[in-house]
Design a protein around this ligand. Structure first.
Ligand code: GAR
Length: 214
């Protein structure tokens, strides 16, 4: 099997990167991570990549005068590594529209809410404050609108009466680690097409929603 080459952009802890690394260590997984790029020098995600033997580079946004210049350097690293799919995994910088256009249909992000609810930051606090009974995570294709774009996979969890943002985040994170490899697999296997705002998933048994425990 020819595996799709994946570049992962990170800014921090990298637990979603770890889930992707773990999934791609399976010879049957259709994608391999060939580069991890961080905008933060000390990010723990870099240690995870190094431990897995994956090349890393740091491109600090602070070294560039504009978003476009920063993105162009990242883009150069990704293309030099032969990357075909970009995964944003806790990458906390907005991307310029030219970078997004260059990876259209080939760049995915994981967001800690059931989009289109609770875009932006502090999603777990937003969910508790709104009183929703279900919360979760979304993996979506990236467009130039923040936390928007065709949805590939979502996973839901219950919101419990005594949840704090941290307890809810931990419950959602467990699902993130399942949803992200599932979405990358779909994209790498060519099972995704886009029609308007919708991602259509093709093939038997690939569109199984993850539901909260009863
Ligand atoms: C994850 O919860 C991810 O969904 C979120 O940041 C966390 C990164 O954790 N991403 C965003 O909020 C992007 N808008 P990780 O570094 O352990 O994967």
């Amino acid at each position: 099997m020819v595996k799709k080459k994946v570049g992962v952009l990170v800014s921090g802890r990298g637990s979603n990167l770890q889930a992707l690394l773990d999934a791609s260590s399976d010879p049957a997984f259709p994608a391999e991570i060939v580069l991890v790029v961080s905008n933060v020098a000390g990010a723990f995600a870099l240690e995870r990549a190094a431990k897995a033997g994956v090349p890393t580079c740091v491109v600090s946004h602070k070294d560039y005068a504009s978003r476009e210049a920063f993105d162009a350097v990242m883009d150069g690293h990704l293309r030099a590594a032969g990357v075909e799919i970009v995964c944003l995994a806790g990458f906390m910088r907005l991307l310029s529209s030219s970078f997004v256009r260059g990876w259209e249909g080939r760049m995915i992000n994981i967001h800690p809410s059931l989009l289109p609810s609770f875009k932006g930051l502090h999603t777990h606090a937003q969910a508790i404050e709104a009183g929703v009974k279900l919360h979760g995570c979304t993996v979506h294709l990236v467009t130039s609108d923040l936390d928007d774009g065709p949805i590939l996979v979502q996973a839901a969890v219950p919101v419990l009466a005594d949840d704090t943002p941290d307890s809810l985040a931990a419950r959602v994170l467990e699902q993130e680690h399942k949803a992200y490899p599932q979405a990358l697999r779909l994209l790498a296997e060519g099972k995704v097409t886009v029609e308007g705002r919708r991602a259509l998933i093709h093939g038997p048994g690939v569109n199984i929603p993850v539901n909260p425990a009863p």
